[in-house]
Design a protein around this ligand. Structure first.
Ligand SMILES: Cc1cc2nc3c(=O)[nH]c(=O)nc-3n(C[C@H](O)[C@H](O)[C@H](O)COP(=O)(O)O)c2cc1C
Length: 197
């Protein structure tokens, strides 16, 4: 089984985030090789980054950051369910990315975005952030946008009503699974080599 963390990027009260999270979790859980866990940033309340050094260089001090890092370490890959705030990712999500480093390395990450443009602009920034974290951001994103986003936000429709999103979700899950499995094998081969050395 591949362990996938589904990261919820918004922590505000009455967030929309729960709707696309539930939707993608149901679809991903239907795959027999994915073990899905929701990582809700509400459960990892970290201050704006204030460690003495980047987690790339020194262990963190903040106890919640240590918990967050342990959780990220456990996972093989990630789906980020992301809002777009002022054409970028939410601050709470960027902060959570900054609060780990080796734990992200050599893992795949895919995105489900929502908003007027399906969070396309936030996701492009997040892909660049992921490269710096030595991750493999996958090509396909699911973008819940325009009228689809508005009608679900206003309670006039459900995401399940929009079948045309399904092939896109399948592509996302297929690519994420391929990269996650490939990188897991490669990480395990690295670890075995180290033990043998
Ligand atoms: C501070 C802020 C900035 C926003 N900026 C954008 C934006 O740049 N693009 C967009 O499509 N929607 C934007 N929105 C609208 C969000 O898409 C909408 O509020 C969405 O519900 C936010 O996700 P959430 O409810 O899960 O927090 C913004 C919302 C907030 C609160």
């Amino acid at each position: 089984m591949l362990k996938i963390g589904v990261i919820v990027s918004s922590t505000r009260p009455n967030r929309f985030a729960d709707t696309p999270t539930k939707w993608i979790v149901e679809k991903a859980s239907a795959r027999n090789n994915l073990d899905i866990e929701v990582l809700d940033l509400r459960d990892y309340s970290m201050p704006f980054f204030e460690e003495a050094m980047s987690p790339a260089w020194a262990p963190s001090q903040n106890p919640v950051a240590l918990e967050w890092q342990k959780k990220i370490e456990e996972k093989d890959g990630f789906i980020v369910v992301t809002a777009e705030y002022n054409r970028g990712p939410t601050a709470v999500l960027k902060n959570a990315l900054d609060y780990a480093y080796p734990q992200w390395n050599k893992k795949a990450i895919g995105f489900v975005g929502y908003g007027s443009t399906g969070a396309a602009r936030a996701i492009e920034q997040l892909r660049t952030n992921a490269i710096e974290l030595q991750m493999a951001p996958i090509r396909v994103g699911v973008h819940i946008q325009g009228q689809v986003f508005m009608s679900v936000l206003m309670g006039q429709a459900k995401l399940e009503d929009f079948d045309f999103l399904n092939p896109n979700v399948d592509d996302l899950l297929n690519q994420l699974t391929w990269w996650t499995a490939a990188l897991k094998n490669a990480r395990e081969a690295d670890a075995a080599e180290k033990v043998a050395a």
